[in-house]
Design a protein around this ligand. Structure first.
Ligand code: GDP
Ligand code: MN
Length: 404
C-alpha cells in the first residue's frame, strides 16, 4: 500500500524528522490563502501534486512560487492537467489534491548544484537484510545516477535485531559530506527513518530529497530537512496499523484490483491480452510462463485462492471479461481445496450474466473434476466460445492460437 506525500510528511514529522509545514487544497480558489498560510504572507512556497507517482518535478507538477497569484496559477495548471511521468500510465494521472508547503531555500553546493541527498530503507533480497541506501546525488536524477554511477550510492546492511546502529548512521552522514551540526541532524533522521520502517511494516521508506537549507546567522550550518518522501507498506500487515488504513486512498488504486480485493481475490493487471484465472500464486507463475513459452502474453492473473465461494468465482470471471484488452481467457485450475465444480459454476454464472465474447479455454484437474466437466458440458450452448483443454500445454497452445 502506498500513501500520498503529504501523509508521508505527517509520518516523518510524527517520528521527529523535520519537514516544512503545509496544507492540502482541492480547488484553485483555496490556493492564495494556502500560500499565505504557508509563507506568512510573502516568501517562497511550493505547490505539489499529490498522486501515487514520482517524477513530478520534471513533469511540472512541483512548482516554486513567490506570490499568491503564482500559487493560484500553479494550482490551476495542476488541477486541470493530467500528470504524465515515466512512473505513470501513458495517459497520466488525474490530480485531485495539492500540497501547499512553505518553500525551503536549499543551500548551494560547493562545485555546483544544490545540497540534495537521497535516503531510503528497504529490504535487500541478495543480502537478506534491510538496508540503508544513501546518496549525495539526491533529487530528480537519482534513478539515472543509480544506473550510470552505482558507486555514488551507499548501501549499508542493517542488523536483523539491532537495526541501524548509531555508528553506522554517523559513518553515512560523514560519507555524504555533512558537516558540523548537520552530522547529528542527518544521523538522527536516518535513525528515525529506520525505526519508522520497522514500526510501520514498510517495504520502502524513502526521503528524496533530504536537503540542507542555506546558512543563516542563527544557523550557520543550515538545517537538514526532508522535503519529499515516499512509503510503501506491506499489505499483509496493514491490519495492525489503523492509522495507516485511514490513509488509504482508493481513488489511486487500479479499479479492477480493488473490485477483486472486495471479494478476497488477488488480481494483478499486466500488459498482454490473455486473461488468466488460476488458483494459487505458484500456479499463476507457471501458467504465465507457459503462456509466454507459447508466444502469448498475459493481460492479468486472477488468483481465486483456495476458499473462494461460487459468488466470488463468478465475480472473478466478470472482472476478467470487463477488461477490453482481454482477447482470450485461460482458466487453469488444479483443484485441491478449491473444487472444480465451483469454478465451472462460476464460468456458467458469468456466461449467463455478462457472457464470454472472447475465446475461453478451460483446463480443470483435481477435486470434483468430473462434476465440473459435466456442468460445463451441459452448459456448452450458453458458452459457445469455450474449448476444453486436456493439460496445461494444450491449454496454453489453444488460447495463444485463439488470440492469434
Ligand atoms: P518529485 O519530482 O516527484 O520527486 O518531487 P520533489 O518533491 O522531490 O521535488 C522535485 C525537486 O523540486 C526537488 O528535487 C527540488 O530540487 C525541488 N524542490 C521541491 N521542493 C522545494 C523547495 O521547497 N525549495 C526548493 N528550492 N526546491 C524544491
Ligand atoms: Mn522526490
Amino acid at each position: 500500500m502506498k500513501i500520498h506525500e503529504y501523509q508521508a510528511r505527517q509520518l516523518l514529522a510524527s517520528s521527529g524528522i523535520p519537514v516544512p509545514s503545509g496544507q492540502i487544497i482541492e480547488s484553485v480558489d483555496q490556493a492564495q490563502a494556502a500560500y499565505k498560510a504557508a509563507t506568512g504572507g510573502t516568501g517562497l512556497a511550493v505547490i505539489k501534486a499529490q498522486v501515487h507517482a514520482g517524477g513530478r518535478g520534471k513533469a511540472g507538477f512541483v512548482r516554486l512560487v513567490s506570490t499568491p497569484l503564482e500559487a493560484e496559477t500553479a494550482a490551476r495548471f495542476m488541477l486541470s492537467n493530467r500528470m504524465i511521468s515515466p512512473q505513470t500510465p501513458p495517459e497520466g494521472l488525474e490530480v485531485k489534491k495539492l500540497l501547499v508547503a512553505s518553500g525551503v531555500d536549499i543551500a548551494d553546493r560547493a562545485g555546483g548544484g544544490k545540497e540534495e541527498f537521497y535516503l531510503a530503507i528497504t529490504t535487500d533480497r541478495s543480502s537478506r537484510r534491510n538496508i540503508l541506501i544513501a546518496s549525495r546525488e539526491g533529487g530528480v536524477e537519482i534513478e539515472q545516477i543509480a544506473h550510470e554511477r552505482p558507486d555514488a550510492i551507499i548501501k549499508v546492511p542493517l542488523h536483523p535485531l539491532m537495526g541501524l546502529q548509531p555508528y553506522q548512521a554517523r559513518d553515512v552522514a560523514f560519507a555524504l559530506g555533512f558537516k558540523g551540526k548537520q552530522v547529528g541532524q542527518a544521523a538522527g533522521i536516518m535513525t528515525n527513518l529506520a525505526k519508522l520502517f520497522i514500526d510501520k511494516d514498510c517495504s520502502l521508506a524513502e526521503i528524496n530529497p533530504l536537503v540542507i537549507t542555506a546558512p543563516t546567522k542563527a544557523q550557520p550550518d543550515g538545517q537538514v530537512f526532508a522535503i519529499d518522501a515516499k512509503f510503501d507498506f506491506d499489505d499483509n500487515a496493514t491490519f495492525r496499523h489503523k492509522d495507516l488504513e485511514a490513509m488509504f486512498d482508493p481513488s489511486e488504486e487500479n479499479p479492477a484490483e480493488m473490485r477483486a480485493k472486495r471479494f478476497g481475490l488477488s488480481y494483478i493487471a499486466l500488459d498482454g491480452n490473455i486473461g488468466c484465472l488460476v488458483n494459487g500464486a505458484g500456479l499463476a507463475m507457471s501458467t504465465m510462463d507457459i503462456v509466454k513459452l507459447h508466444g502469448g502474453t498475459p493481460a492479468n492473473f486472477l488468483d481465486v485462492g483456495g476458499s473462494a465461494t461460487e459468488e466470488a468465482v463468478t465475480e472473478a470471471f466478470k472482472i476478467i471479461v470487463a477488461d477490453p484488452t482481454v482477447k482470450g481467457v485461460l482458466v487453469n485450475i488444479f483443484g485441491g481445496i478449491m473444487k472444480c465444480d465451483i469454478i465451472a459454476q462460476g464460468i456458467i454464472n458469468a456466461a449467463k450474466s455478462v457472457g464470454f465474447k472472447v475465446p475461453l479455454v478451460v483446463r480443470l484437474e483435481g477435486t470434483n473434476v468430473e462434476a465440473g466437466r459435466k456442468l460445463l458440458e451441459n452448459a456448452r450452448a450458453e458458452i459457445p466460445t469455450m474449448q476444453a483443454a486436456t493439460d496445461l500445454t494444450d491449454a496454453a497452445q489453444k488460447v495463444c492460437a485463439a488470440v492469434g
